[in-house]
Design a protein around this ligand. Sequence first.
Ligand code: GSF
Length: 221
Amino acid sequence: MRLEVQQTPIRMAILDPMKLIGSLTSPYVRKVRIVFNEKKLDVDLELENVWAADTKISAINPLGKVPCLISDDGEAIYDSRVIAEYADGLSPVSRLIPTENRERAAVKTWEALADGIMDAGILARLERTLRPAEQQSQTWYDRQMGKIDAALREMSEQLGENAWCHGNQMTLADIAVGCAIGYLLFRFPEVKWQAQYPNLDRLYQKLLQRPSFMETIPPAA
Ligand code: GSF
């Protein structure tokens, strides 16, 4: 009997490595860099100044914002919440978002709250840095700072004496919260959240023990 050896052609897709477009000062970029690090996934960071006149960011993200991930198939993935979820699904290592629907929503609500601090902080900062002095609105600035105060209070209440924001291990909730309060330290040192909310400070100090957080502290200046 003749043995037929079936030859199946081996097809290998040539994929480029994933690339993350971002800056070292953006808290959203920090969040996704930490996610990649915790997931033990390699991603090259390509620095882009979205405020520079010659930025090419809108060629890949029409919203002109970072972070933007170029996946290995060459497609753009944004924004930071989508990138974080995508990265979490790439590997089973260190699950950061629970699969169970209600728990997933809880972790993503933490993320929305933390991102909301970044959103408000950035709006408040742009009001002071980009807008000419005579056009600046104190009411608008105070409105954004009020959101930051309310979100910090909520985070502190929700965290209470728990070790982590959700469940009994680190999740995307803790990463997002860490990036939001780290951003306040960086851009709004006058907001005294550490003294006001010692439990948030305890969480932040614990997160700083991790290389993923240590290595992504925004550069001074
Ligand atoms: C926000 C990204 C963002 O505002 C996300 O990725 O989660 N919802 C988005 N990025 C800022 C950089 S930063 O201040 O962190 C950005 O790219 N701004 C440029 C612009 O034109 O708004």
